[in-house]
Design a protein around this ligand. Structure first.
Ligand code: BV8
Ligand code: ZN
Length: 252
């Protein structure tokens, strides 16, 4: 049974607003490899070497192929107990915002009502030149023919709708994440190593704003020393246990 305090349960049960930052760790139990754990993504490639515009322009077919591979993993994956517990926790708190670094669409598929996608969504593609959305089938057909996927309208290169290293995060997502963070009475940081910025800033800002901040991660992270409580457990165990404890407290 994951170990968390009564304080956390009380604060969650009494919260007007809760914000939750999630990272690749919450999707690990859905079989989607994280970035920096030993069995990381597509073993032979370092995400930071492929998740940037230079790598893409240098070898569009390789990067489009890597994202197609990851999109297929995501399509075959299912939301796990951690994703579902977050969606169910909404019934027991006044407001719950999920601020995710993940691009795997699993919070949406688990039924969370407010999902703020800081780094985009791998199930969406668009043309780099004319911004038109592109169908995944257009990418799949090109990759199978051994050529880079190009826009049927203007012949521009098609890219995944994700934020690459060195790229700005979508301003509206950052604005919504800032607002959710400043409103939060409780902030949970779940399944993230907290090394990527500006996402890793949110739990720190929440604490500075007076929120009670708890981290759920089997390991220590870049912000372990800066949170009120660390729950050393997998998200798929800790979040359902927290949901049950809050539900027992709120339905009395
Ligand atoms: C920007 C989308 C500037 C693509 C991603 C030096 C110092 C500080 C910052 C920088 C620096 N040099 C460069 C920067 C900025 C850079 C950055 O932060 N780099 C880091 C690596 C040092 N940031 C950027 O470039 C950002 N943009 O700053 O723009 C700018 C400003 C103005 C104008 C123009 C530009 C853009 C960052 C977004 C990059 N895109 N993803 C894709 O997915 O392919 S980031 C990528 O890493 C994913 O989104 C991922 O979510 C994210 C963070 O990783 P985590 O989610 O934390 O995953 P990780 O594997 O690291 O950790 C998993 C954790 O889960 C572990 O702790 C593990 O213990 C735990 N876990 C495992 N199992 C479980 C579990 N937890 C719970 N339950 C389990 N079962
Ligand atoms: Zn185009």
């Amino acid at each position: 049974m994951p170990d968390f305090s009564d304080t956390l349960v009380d604060r969650l049960a009494g919260a007007d607003a809760v914000a939750v930052l999630t990272g690749a760790g919450i999707s690990a139990e859905s079989g989607i490899p994280t970035f920096r754990d030993p069995d990381g993504l597509w073993e032979k490639f370092d995400p930071q070497e492929l998740a940037n515009v230079e790598a893409f322009l240098d070898n569009p077919e390789l990067v489009q192929g890597w994202y197609r591979h990851r999109r297929q993993l995501v399509e075959e994956a299912e939301p796990n107990a951690g994703h579902r517990a977050l969606a169910e926790l909404e019934a027991h708190v006044s407001e719950l915002s999920v601020i995710t670094q993940n691009v795997d669409d699993l919070h949406n598929r688990a039924g969370s009502g407010t999902v703020i996608e800081l780094h985009g969504n791998i199930t969406r593609n668009y043309c780099m030149d004319c911004d038109r959305p592109a169908e995944p089938e257009t990418v799949d057909a090109a990759i199978q023919d051994g050529r880079p996927a190009r826009c049927p309208e203007c012949d521009g290169l098609i890219r995944p709708d994700v934020v690459w290293f060195g790229e700005m995060l979508p301003p509206d997502a950052v604005e919504r994440a800032d607002a959710a963070t400043s409103r939060a009475d409780v902030f949970l940081s779940v399944g993230t190593s907290a090394v990527v910025y500006p996402a890793a800033q949110f739990p720190v800002e929440a604490r500075a704003g007076g929120a009670y901040v708890a981290e759920i991660n089997p390991d220590t992270t870049g912000i372990t020393d800066e949170v009120d409580e660390s729950i050393r457990a997998p998200a798929g165990e800790a979040l359902p246990a927290l949901r049950d404890a809050v539900s027992a407290r709120t339905t009395g």
